[in-house]
Design a protein around this ligand. Structure first.
Ligand SMILES: *[C@@H]1O[C@H](CO)[C@@H](O)[C@H](O)[C@H]1NC(C)=O
Ligand SMILES: *[C@@H]1O[C@H](CO)[C@@H](O)[C@H](O)[C@H]1NC(C)=O
Ligand SMILES: *[C@@H]1O[C@H](CO)[C@@H](O)[C@H](O)[C@H]1NC(C)=O
Ligand SMILES: *[C@@H]1O[C@H](CO)[C@@H](O)[C@H](O)[C@H]1NC(C)=O
Ligand SMILES: *[C@@H]1O[C@H](CO)[C@@H](O)[C@H](O)[C@H]1NC(C)=O
Ligand SMILES: *[C@@H]1O[C@H](CO)[C@@H](O)[C@H](O)[C@H]1NC(C)=O
Length: 605
């Protein structure tokens, strides 16, 4: 109660713009995890030194220092607050970076955190003197203005993307003050921005939003001329880089292409990766790549996906990437990779990362562990269709998505639109956006429209249907139009069968529990749920054998809030599938696809 009083005073002080008094009002509420509506086995292991791993394995520099940990935070009064940043003041509450303000792990667990101040201080190691100091953010949702020692260092828009700024000229040689102003309207007012499944009014398949700093923050030292970006691609023939005992030189800013003799290719079953070291002048960064080629081709009259020359049947889950304690941020690295390992254990070779973008470490883990990723663009708020300016911003961020993630080996396809969300249908912008992606990244497939308004763009004829699949089959959802055999027959979503587990494993928010009855099918026991799963997988198998089914996505990896259809509950404590049975059913899909791609085309009777 005492703490509440302090908070109220500080908020008032902010609103009244008396920043010089703020620092002296009663001190700062210290950090503790706020009990989330559901925890995980990792929640209370996070401590106050979260995510200590080096955050950017694709372009890694050794002199670095994490700025994750306890910062201070205050709810800001509005955009106008930017004209009067709280320099040299300790803010009202401690916050754990990098966990979104709505999460229990942040220590805030706030609502309507639209305008926010963050503050920390840091000193630069003396041995970095003479070099540049770069400040890096993994992601801040949705806009960030960054101040160093009272000066505006940079501004960034887009909730899912990394950004860096050279702050050398703003540093003072002592303790430096870092302040971030974050603005995240989510789906309020007339904002139509890229938010994925976040909403200020969660209901069933739309969830609690994530605001502010939600990925690692760190500083690093680099020479005056440094490598600021790297795009790396290895194909199955060995084009792209030399192996780790070899060197090759080229010019920065233009592609360097060379051959490696018989590289071990990358696939989900053998995720071989090669270390790469890049030197430019005084700068050295380490990276890695895998060698793989993904194409679409007709095999025995059916459009198929091939990986390194062999037909593959990508079968994965719809993967939302949400955590009950950290929301967009997994509590720990171990927790994050737990999901991927579990999917592999059940037999999946793929996941569809659904309208969310993960931290770089996630994609590196997928490369290492071996799982294909179909990567969605985070969808726009669906309150209304985007106007011209909003559509241009969507396109700009789509280009950033592809540019920032195209070096990861595991990604095999991009998705632009999901189920018509934010999709303008008056002039079909998916055609132009598909061309842009093919230009930025000619090494992957494009699923222009996953579900609903398909006008023929891209590599996939993707159908969503619940609960049973209609994959490359004559039966097709009305919204998607008939199956188009000139493109890949794909089931972008099916399954979604629910199991209302005991209250203990539910997200204890009444509004969420009240929407559980919207689940397509709800089973009372795991035996019944598994039986139904087997039936639906058998139906998919039949479609692989008879029709043009080239891959499919089961909904989903975990429960999220009021959505109770996961392989695992939201807390990851209950695994629903009878693993051996599912594994056998999934293997049957792979085998059926392989048989039809090898042997003669079955003759229709
Ligand atoms: C922040 O302030 C807004 C009004 O400006 C209020 O609606 C919201 O509840 C506050 N959030 C927190 C976490 O204090
Ligand atoms: C913060 O305080 C320090 C030490 O008094 C001072 O040098 C600096 O100018 C102040 N920063 C701002 C933005 O006022
Ligand atoms: C901070 O600088 C950026 C340019 O880097 C500019 O777009 C933004 O408006 C500035 N913000 C403020 C509050 O001055
Ligand atoms: C690859 O590495 C080998 C061994 O160091 C070297 O002899 C060869 O020239 C390199 N190839 C290319 C194309 O750079
Ligand atoms: C689901 O449950 C809620 C809350 O009990 C109720 O208001 C709603 O009518 C139910 N909806 C359906 C489809 O049964
Ligand atoms: C799901 O389980 C919760 C907790 O036991 C219960 O409150 C809720 O009514 C159930 N919902 C449905 C649709 O069965």
């Amino acid at each position: 109660m005492h703490l509440f009083t302090i908070l109220a005073l500080v908020t008032e002080a902010l609103t009244l713009n008396y920043p010089e008094q703020q620092a002296f009002i009663g001190g700062t509420t210290s950090y503790s995890v706020q009990t989330p509506p559901l925890d995980t086995d990792w929640t209370y292991e996070v401590g106050t030194d979260p995510w200590p791993q080096y955050p950017r394995p694709k372009l890694a520099r050794s002199p670095w220092q994490s700025l994750n940990g306890i910062w201070t935070y205050a709810n800001a009064s509005g955009q106008g607050a930017l004209s009067n940043p709280p320099f040299n003041q300790t803010l009202s509450q401690e916050v754990l970076v990098p966990f979104c303000l709505e999460s229990g792990l942040s220590g805030i667990q706030g609502a309507n955190t639209i305008y926010s101040w963050y503050r920390t201080t840091f000193t630069v190691p003396p041995k970095w003197t003479g070099d540049r100091v770069l400040l890096n953010f993994g992601a801040v949702d949705y806009e960030a203005t960054v101040f160093i020692n009272g000066r505006n260092a940079t501004f960034h828009r887009g909730g899912y993307y990394a950004f860096s700024v050279d702050v050398t000229d703003y540093l003072n040689g002592r303790q430096n003050e870092l302040i971030v102003f974050a603005f995240d309207p989510t789906d309020s007012d007339q904002h139509v921005i890229s938010i994925g499944k976040q909403t200020l009014t969660p209901s069933h398949i739309f969830y609690r939003p994530c605001s502010g700093i939600w990925q690692s923050v760190w500083i690093e030292s680099a020479p005056t001329n440094y490598i600021s970006d790297l795009s790396i691609n290895g194909d199955a023939s060995g084009q792209g880089t030399n192996n780790s005992i070899a060197t090759h030189s080229g010019t920065a800013g233009s592609p360097i292409t060379f051959n490696v003799k018989s590289p071990k290719t990358w696939s989900p079953d053998s995720p071989n990766l090669y270390d790469v070291t890049i030197r430019m002048g005084q700068d050295t960064v380490s990276s890695y790549t895998g060698f793989r080629t993904v194409i679409r081709e007709e095999v025995n009259g059916v459009q198929r996906i091939s990986l390194n020359g062999d037909v593959i049947f990508p079968f994965g889950t719809l993967d939302q990437g949400y955590w009950p304690d950290g929301l967009y941020t997994a509590p720990t690295y171990e927790a994050m990779t737990f999901d991927i390992k579990m999917l592999k254990r059940i037999g999946y070779n793929m996941l569809r990362k659904h309208v969310k973008v993960e931290p770089a470490l996630y994609y590196a883990a997928a490369d290492e562990l071996g799982i294909l990723i179909m990567q969605d663009m985070p969808s726009l708020a669906t309150t209304s269709l985007p106007n011209k300016v909003q559509q241009a911003e969507f396109q700009r961020q789509l280009e950033i998505l592809v540019t920032q993630l195209r070096s990861y080996t595991s990604i095999f396809a991009w998705v632009i639109y999901n189920e018509g969300w934010g999709q303008i249908t008056s002039y079909n912008p998916e055609f132009g956006l598909t061309d842009i992606i093919h230009e930025l990244d000619p090494t992957r497939l494009v699923n222009s429209v996953s579900g609903w308004f398909d006008h023929g763009a891209g590599d996939f004829s993707d159908n969503h249907h619940y609960t049973n699949p209609q994959c490359g089959s004559p039966q097709h959802s009305i919204n998607s139009g008939p199956f188009d055999p000139s493109r890949l027959g794909f089931q972008g979503e099916f399954g979604g069968t629910g199991h209302n587990v005991s209250a203990k494993h539910l997200w204890k928010v009444k509004e969420a529990i009240d929407t559980i009855n919207q689940t397509y099918e709800l089973y009372e026991t795991l035996d019944a749920w598994n039986f139904r799963g087997h039936f639906l997988l058998s139906e998919l198998l039949f479609q692989v054998q008879l029709y043009s089914c080239a891959g499919a996505v089961w909904t989903g990896t975990t429960d999220v809030e009021g959505e109770v259809n996961g392989m695992m509950t939201y807390d990851r404590r209950i695994l629903r599938p009878h693993v051996q049975k599912w594994k056998a059913d999934i293997q049957a899909l792979y085998d059926a696809s392989a048989r039809r791609s090898d042997g003669p085309t079955p003759t229709a009777s």
